[in-house]
Design a binder for this molecule. Sequence first.
Ligand SMILES: Cc1cc2nc3c(=O)[nH]c(=O)nc-3n(C[C@H](O)[C@H](O)[C@H](O)COP(=O)(O)OP(=O)(O)OC[C@H]3O[C@@H](n4cnc5c(N)ncnc54)[C@H](O)[C@@H]3O)c2cc1C
Length: 374
Amino acid sequence: MRVLICGGGVIGASIAYFLSCRGAEAIVIERTGIACAASGKSGGFLALDWCDGSPLESLARRSFALHGSLPEMIGGDWGYRRLVTYGGFASAQGGGRRGRAANVVDWVSDDVVVDRRLGSTETTAQVHPREFTAAMMRAAEAQGAGLRLGQVTGIVRDGRGSRVGGVEVDGETIEGDAVVIAMGPWSILAAQWLSLPPVFGLKGHSLVFETGSKVPAEALFLEYQDASGEVHGPEVFPRTDGTTYVCAISSESPLPIDPAEVTPDPGAIDRLQAMCARLSSTLGGANVLARQACHRPVTQDGLPLIGQIPGLEGAYVATGHSVWGILNAPATGEAVSELILDGVSRSVDLAPFDPARLAPLDPARLRTNAERRP
Ligand SMILES: Cc1cc2nc3c(=O)[nH]c(=O)nc-3n(C[C@H](O)[C@H](O)[C@H](O)COP(=O)(O)OP(=O)(O)OC[C@H]3O[C@@H](n4cnc5c(N)ncnc54)[C@H](O)[C@@H]3O)c2cc1C
């Protein structure tokens, strides 16, 4: 069984890993580089129970457990650790603590009020997402998977036209028994070839600071009101490698066709950096290692598309994981491998994520370079 996986983000790499555990031949076809997009530029925050009560609950719980066992299963260090998570607020106008008792989080400025504990070391954790994605791909390769750099430009059907025969990559056909579309927000391009609902890219900006040991293992989710009154939701994740990642400032800027052309919106990085300096003098004084932007894949109903694509045997999709793609990647990989190899996923019920629940995109509506969120 040869499975062609289009897209080398965290979802594609995780599917390749779990397929290779079962002895199937997985080939990941990646246009730019493993984890070059959101999978390398996201927060990497993980939560056991933040999806409870939603259709994501069992996927998230299974995935949180897999994240805990993967360091032993695969061997390696991608910055996985449990951490405590706090919530709070701040304003550019200052006056935050207003005489309150000292914050439990003491490395932030006096303008920040930390007033909630959102998670404990039992319920919240983190990985370095680029390192995690790369480790999953390496582990898959060690078990026989392949990585091919190239741009997927079409699906090839078998002689009768009802089954997948392979994919077109840079004008050449790669033959396979099954194909998985896992191109994150670029999965929308596959709606030209397959009956797929739309997937959109929602942009987020982030900075990576060199903070050494100055920031403890505490994640922060804040509400921040800037000088114009606009409210942002900065998320702060200190990492085991001595860096601290902060993301905020979303936009609906168009997704470029080429993942290598994603750049921050004009002014967004300066605004984010000013916000960080306000939140903590440690961040304000730290060297900035990365100024970046990426698009998370979102669907019309906010739930991922995971399952068989109607109309073509052997065609599958796994995308649209929105803000929980790093968390939910391992369980998605495991479930998709079961679906392809056994015909059904036993580890997680994929029914809520069936791509057939949403109307397919009319390919005539696919304006390259200008698709936006609904
Ligand atoms: C700012 C931000 C912070 C986030 N923080 C978190 C977090 O803390 N925790 C969490 O769980 N999730 C988080 N997420 C969400 C998470 O990053 C995404 O859901 C996840 O990375 C999506 O992975 P993916 O593999 O589906 O897509 P991507 O990472 O986008 O990968 C898709 C891949 O497909 C490739 N590709 C595109 N077109 C082609 C083509 N034609 N041929 C071949 N390859 C192609 C691209 O080059 C890319 O490598 C965050 C997202 C953002 C934007």
